[in-house]
Design a protein around this ligand. Structure first.
Ligand SMILES: NC(=O)c1ccc[n+]([C@@H]2O[C@H](COP(=O)([O-])OP(=O)(O)OC[C@H]3O[C@@H](n4cnc5c(N)ncnc54)[C@H](OP(=O)(O)O)[C@@H]3O)[C@@H](O)[C@H]2O)c1
Length: 240
């Protein structure tokens, strides 16, 4: 806690979508440090008394420099992420694959190295993955693989880290600039406000996993338990 009794919360990807919503929610009761690249959005947050850090999380040294002077924090929410789809599996786009894995997985590693030592004993680490990690989804070779890696990484951290609680977040579809680009139907799409409330309550309760909306994520989890031969034809139909 800071001297004023408020918890200090770092949120990455705070300049858009879920991260921006989390900044709003956490600012009502905690002290937030918002991270992103978008200068205009960060200046706007500063005008609302939110502390900000501007850096590109894919640049290792920039991540270390950004957090160097930070003293201890109570909650770290690693939410920043990017999504691009592979349209042609036959002509695999390795550059796209590299971009997504770098931004979603490798850059999370940079943040973990820089931030884990700053989290107070009894503090919390929260990593935002995706329900896309549950099952192989069409065109998601890069995004899905990056999120499956994040889910695995987070679960290992839950096994390894004794002094803090680690929460893994698996959202379904949330209405944000990231999903605005999607050209396919998104079942059970939820608002940023509802998504952020679900995350906030789950983190307050120190849940190991937060997933929502349940009617969507439980269905995916059920399919993930069934033999792959049942999912494969359905996934091919979704693709068409
Ligand atoms: N929306 C969904 O349906 C959904 C579902 C499941 C999981 N998720 C996950 O939830 C997280 C947030 O998604 P969103 O929908 O809120 O996306 P969004 O609106 O596109 O926001 C993404 C955020 O990540 C930041 N970011 C991206 N690349 C960065 C980089 N290289 N360095 C620093 N910051 C970077 C962006 O900051 P700048 O704009 O300042 O660069 C932005 O604040 C992502 O991890 C996403 O995979 C989203």
């Amino acid at each position: 806690m800071s001297s004023d009794g408020l918890k200090k919360v770092i949120i990455t990807g705070a300049t858009s979508g879920i991260g921006e919503g989390l900044v709003k929610r956490y600012s009502t009761c905690h002290k937030v440090i918002a991270c992103g690249r978008n200068q205009e959005k960060l200046v706007d947050l500063e005008s609302k008394n939110v502390e900000t850090l501007r850096f590109d999380m894919t640049e290792k040294q920039h991540v270390f420099d950004a957090f160097e002077d930070l003293d201890s924090v109570d909650i770290v929410i690693l939410n920043a992420g990017v999504c691009e789809y592979i349209d042609d599996a036959t002509n695999f786009d390795a550059s796209l694959f590299e971009r997504i894995i770098h931004a979603n997985v490798i850059a999370t590693g940079y943040c973990l190295e820089a931030l884990i030592p700053k989290i107070k004993p009894g503090g919390q680490l929260v990593i935002v993955s995706s329900s896309a990690s549950f099952l192989p989804l069409p065109r998601a070779q890069a995004y899905g693989a990056s999120k499956a890696a994040l889910s695995y990484l987070t679960r290992v951290m839950q096994v390894e880290l004794e002094h803090i609680d680690v929460t893994l977040v698996h959202p379904g579809f949330v209405e944000t600039p990231l999903t605005d680009k999607n050209d396919f139907p998104m079942p059970f799409l939820v608002s940023v406000e509802n998504a952020c409330e679900a995350i906030f309550i789950g983190v307050e309760n120190r849940k190991r996993e937060i997933h929502f909306p349940k009617r969507f994520t439980l269905l995916l989890k059920l399919f993930a338990l069934l033999p792959f031969s049942l999912w494969q034809p359905l996934a091919k139909r979704i693709k068409r």
